[in-house]
Design a protein around this ligand. Structure first.
Ligand SMILES: Nc1nc2c(ncn2[C@@H]2O[C@H](COP(=O)(O)OP(=O)(O)OP(=O)(O)O)[C@@H](O)[C@H]2O)c(=O)[nH]1
Ligand SMILES: [Mg+2]
Length: 349
């Protein structure tokens, strides 16, 4: 899963990228083909609780990749469409908005709501150009005698249906679609269909501000420069530093969690003496699909999944007490795995 850091030029994407542990030299105008990635652990106190309980040899949190992307200026669709191609490839976006006073790029006073609107309209315009280009080609094809008219006709209808959503500015994020249409649209990797998290990048003294609900998406308020400083401290000093300010965790931890959720995935856990581990599956995935994440043999030979919901285990205190209080819970292939389920797959191959 890859989350792209997008925003207008100079909104603090690279600073945030470094705060997330990414290494990148301070280059104000990086070439657009240079797109560094950093893989970040998804902080999860539940998983840490399981680790403390099992004391395993190995501890493996879920991870999400962040990609530092070049800034998208106003009118990018017209002038620099290649900048949007990199955004298309991401699964979700962290939209970084400048809300700090410094103005290194001469863009005037910070205006995060306006910047968000600029990005949104670039995404909509970029998608509209794709739809119109594709419709033109489809119409030309439909005039000729080809064997798969039905599929082409279906695609044309679908694109005609979404075009007004792009023109009116609704976007494609919350579109209700038949599975087949969903697959068809997924192939286009529309920008306005990407889920996103808004990151309002403020000056350090405003880092405690509440979100402004700039859009319907989750919004994280942070000071990228301060986050970068904290990330640079030794882990021991970090805790002390945060405690001194009464901060439970760095804001980038909530960002990572929000970005993970924005990808429409969640975690189930496996726990044992060897390893306590989080596994990433799409929301709605069933027990066989979960088993397949661990190993294809487990999906092939799937019999039952033994399920222990995390909160019930925590309420019991430990596994022995949990087992004394609860009958063994076995679920079949179609069981929809819930966030935080601890699974043990019974299988035979
Ligand atoms: N005061 C303040 N300055 C910041 C903050 N975040 C970034 N800056 C400054 O803004 C400038 C641009 O930051 P970058 O992180 O390079 O911005 P960017 O979004 O990667 O820029 P491009 O890649 O060129 O689009 C740098 O001088 C940063 O120090 C912040 O939270 N507070
Ligand atoms: Mg940058």
């Amino acid at each position: 899963m890859r989350v792209g850091l997008v925003g207008l030029p100079g909104s603090g994407k690279t600073t945030l990228f470094r705060a997330l542990g990414g290494e990148r030299e301070k280059v104000p105008h990086a070439p657009s083909d240079e797109r560094p990635l950093v893989s970040v652990e998804v902080p999860d106190p539940r998983l840490e609780w399981l680790r403390d309980l099992w004391q395993p040899k190995k501890f493996t949190p879920a991870r999400v990749e962040f990609q530092d992307l070049p800034g998208i200026p106003e009118k990018a669709v017209r002038g620099k469409p290649e900048l949007l191609a990199a955004v298309r490839e991401c699964d979700a976006l962290a939209v970084v908005l400048r809300d700090f006073a410094a103005d290194p790029y001469g863009q005037g006073p910070p205006a995060p709501a306006r910047d968000l609107e600029i990005l949104r309209s670039e995404f909509l315009l970029g998608d509209l150009a794709v739809v119109e280009g594709r419709l033109e080609r489809l119409q030309a094809k439909l005039r000729k005698p080809t064997p798969d008219k039905a599929a082409e006709e279906r695609e044309r209808e679908l694109l005609e249906r979404i075009r007004p959503l792009l023109e009116e500015g609704t976007g494609l994020q919350d579109l209700e679609l038949a599975p087949e249409d969903r697959r068809l649209l997924a192939g286009f990797r529309f920008l306005s269909a990407h889920p996103w998290v808004v990151v309002r990048n403020v000056d350090e003294e405003r880092a405690g501000e509440p979100p402004e609900a700039l859009s319907e998406a989750p919004e994280i308020v942070l000071a990228a420069t301060a986050e970068e400083e904290v990330a640079g401290l030794d882990p021991g000093d970090r805790a002390e530093f945060l405690a001194a300010f009464g901060i439970a965790e760095p804001a980038r931890a909530s960002l990572v969690r929000a970005a993970y959720a924005a990808c429409r995935v969640h975690s189930f856990f496996t726990a044992g003496d060897d390893e306590v581990r989080a596994w990433t599956i799409p929301v709605g995935a069933n027990a066989v699909e979960a088993a397949g994440r661990i190993h294809s043999d487990l999906a092939r030979g799937f019999i039952r999944a033994e399920v222990v919901p995390f909160e019930e285990l925590r309420a019991a205190g430990d596994l022995r007490r949990y087992k004394a209080e609860h009958p063994v819970r076995l679920e079949g292939r179609d069981y929809v795995v819930q966030d935080g389920d601890i699974l043990e797959i019974r299988f035979s191959v």
